[in-house]
Ligand binder design. Sequence first.
Ligand code: ARG
Length: 572
Amino acid sequence: MINYKEEIAKVLAEQVEGLELAEIMDMVEVPQDSKMGDYAFPCFKLAKVLRKAPPLIAKGIAAGIADCELFEKVEQVNAYVNMFISKEGFVKDTLEEVISKGDDFGKSDLGENKPVIVEYSSPNIAKPFHIGHIRSTVIGNSLYKIYDALGYDVIRINHLGDYGTQFGKMICAYRHWGNKEDVINDPIKTLLDYYTKFHVEAETHPELEDEAREIFAKLEKGEPEEVELWQWFRDESLKEFTKVYDMLGITFDSYNGESFYSDKMPRFVNELKEKGLLEESQGAQVVNLEDAGLGVALITKSDGSTLYITRDIAAAVYRKETYDFYKNIYVVASQQNLHFQQWFEILKRMGYEYAKDCVHVPFGLVSLAEGTMSTRHGRVVFLEDVLNKAVEKTREIIAEKSQGSDDVDVEEVSKAVGIGAVVFQELSNNRIKDYTFDWNKVLNFDGETGPYVQYTHARCASVLRKAGDDIVAAAANGVDCKYLCSESAYELAKLIHKFPAVIVDAGEKYEPSIVTRHIVDMAQAFNRFYHDEHILVDDVNEKTAKVALVMAAKNAIKNGLALLGMKAPERM
Ligand code: ARG
């Protein structure tokens, strides 16, 4: 696609002396109000060098570039040169790119296959995968897709919380009150119950705590019986988690969680000692980070067992040694900000320069609008239930909308739209913001929602079906873009043109909601075009041109949804 900023900068460079091309490119702006042009060039900066008033300079430049074929119109307004791109050329360039690239439209090779790790989801074994976990899962999956589209080689890691003293408690509880069948039937709930029961019982029977500690010590030493139970709990939990991942269409390259690092600890504890970073504090080993305002980080407890933070340090080094990452991204709730700041700082003090390539991508909390959800599991809201409920609710809406039409695969579409609605909602807000989950908002077909965007995509598909194969084939072979210069057509083309740059921006900011917002903008622009204009007109050339724009819009929306991890049904 034509890089308009660059082309404009080249044209401007012929008019202004003393500025580098890159500098000019930086100065070219996109005005908020498109009435001020598609691009604008402010001349304030030039006043000093040229010793002339900025409006005068702007006037001279405007006159100098007026005849360039890139532009339809050039105006001087105060200190600005306002440039209006020749619409026909712009739309033509955009359509050719989108239609020829298809699924690849938006992708780039910016990343040069550099390895990037995205760590996300990372639930805790034997604990519920609840609505709060969806954020890490969905944001992480989208960041993976975004970095993949930018040409990085992405490694997806699920750093399972599968280690720690709680497993001693769980095994202890299982031995006292457990039952194999219950664990198999409903692993997470059952294991959680054991854990709760343990705490209740331990209040009156404190010796249970010692027993649990011993069991954990055995687990750490690799005693077969304890390891077998732990492994079984882990497998059963993972089976449950996988149900949710399958519903979301999410996979990982590695499930190496905390337990994977349990035998790699001594190296780091020794290293910290050798590098003079460890201090003793009441029998425990700590790294004092007070001078950096980060408090004190506990590395080993007084009984010698290691902690969450120690395993994170080990994991980062392991990842560098295994994948030689260019970036190591952690999608983890903002409650853990201090944890990440602490161990990034420790890694740095250990002399690992790649500490700077470790990135914590935090996100805010989800809460539930009261009364909107109930769950058979009691107080915690399970993600699986939320997704099932979304599919169920969508099935009702779709069945009503499609009114028994045989063309719509209600089951398939309900899944794509119901689950998509939850995902889209997750990725709509700036990730750091706390938000409230509300069914009415999530499933609203008219709001800025997943269903609305998917519906718009299906509408595009329907227009193409009505146009027929011949017109669609002709549209792919180049059209006369003079029919696509209306305001609504041009605004739609502009948003489509911007899509690849939006992906770059979202990647740089680790912010999928930038893509989400843009998809909504494209969908709204399409619907404006659809309402303003008659698309399937009698004139074949005009019809073919408009169909080409519909194809491009459909393709861009579909590729956008794919970056969020969503499907784009052809019919709804
Ligand atoms: N299992 C942790 C939790 O649920 C999240 C793990 C985050 N990742 C990490 N490398 N510390 O809170």
